[in-house]
Design a protein around this ligand. Structure first.
Ligand code: GLN
Length: 253
């Protein structure tokens, strides 16, 4: 009987220790730091100003971190590395003008959307391509692993209807278009505007390819962090701060 009591006591104490351990558990990989993965080649959402990553996402995540009593720390990487980095716990979140898709939802969790994006088509000013239907038989440039890549692959390449060239950055795809190596670039509308303004002789077609929502990715199962970020994001949306940041970078047409 005595042994049983001792065993029960030991189990109880062990349980308490575990429970306390769980309470003190860090929600992020570095205490007090919210590490966010991005690909800082995506203006106006994230890009370099000197050696600093700035842009819409950089400002929103900084405010979210502040609300959580943390500091935001950026990890710049290839776009296709962001989701694996979130999954493996190398970073806490991914924020990169990242579109919510059903495929991605299978491997990471997303907050509610904080912005809307559109996939648009960039062509040379004198291009015969006037809309998505004219992409058949053409060579289309995209940024590797982005939704532009996924849609063109599914809709055209897999059907044997067009060729695709995948680049590490949107800027590289646009350079290839300028040099006449490809016929069009499919990419998100805001970076498209920036890239077109930086190069002569390009235009964005009026008919967009698809409209999408951007959200922040968190590792599956890290509900505590997801809920915290979601709550902070909702406060920032309600207070108008998210819109203020978007308006600062995206001027009304
Ligand atoms: N919105 C696109 C996607 O999620 C592109 C994002 C990006 O290139 N940073 O795939």
């Amino acid at each position: 009987m005595k042994t049983l009591k001792i065993i029960v006591a030991v189990v109880l104490v062990a349980g308490l220790v575990l429970a306390f351990g769980a309470c003190g558990k860090k929600v992020t990989i570095k205490e007090g730091v919210l590490t966010w993965a991005t690909n800082a080649q995506f203006p106006p959402y994230e890009y370099y100003e000197g050696d600093k990553v700035v842009g819409i996402d950089a400002e929103i995540i900084t405010l979210i971190a502040e609300k959580l009593g943390m500091k935001a720390q950026v990890e710049d990487m290839e776009f296709e590395s962001i989701i694996p980095a979130v999954q493996s716990g190398k970073v806490d979140v991914g924020m990169a003008g990242m579109t919510v898709t059903d495929e991605r939802k299978k491997v990471v969790d997303f907050t509610s959307p904080y912005a809307t994006g559109k996939q648009v088509i960039i062509v040379k000013e004198d291009s015969p391509i006037a809309g998505p239907e004219d992409l058949e038989g053409k060579t289309i440039g995209v940024q590797l692993s982005t939704t532009g890549d996924l849609y063109i692959t599914w809709d055209l390449v897999d059907e044997g209807l067009a060729n695709i060239e995948r680049y590490n950055t949107g800027a590289d795809a646009v350079q290839a278009l300028v040099q006449g190596k490809i016929d069009a670039v499919v990419i998100d509308n805001e970076p498209a505007k920036v890239f077109v303004s930086m190069n002569e002789g390009l235009k964005i077609l009026e008919t967009e390819y698809i409209t999408e929502s951007y959200a922040i990715a968190v590792a599956k199962g890290n509900t505590e962090l997801l809920n915290k970020i979601e709550a902070a994001l909702q406060e920032l949306i309600k207070s108008g701060e998210v819109q203020k940041i978007i308006d600062k970078y995206i001027k009304a047409e």
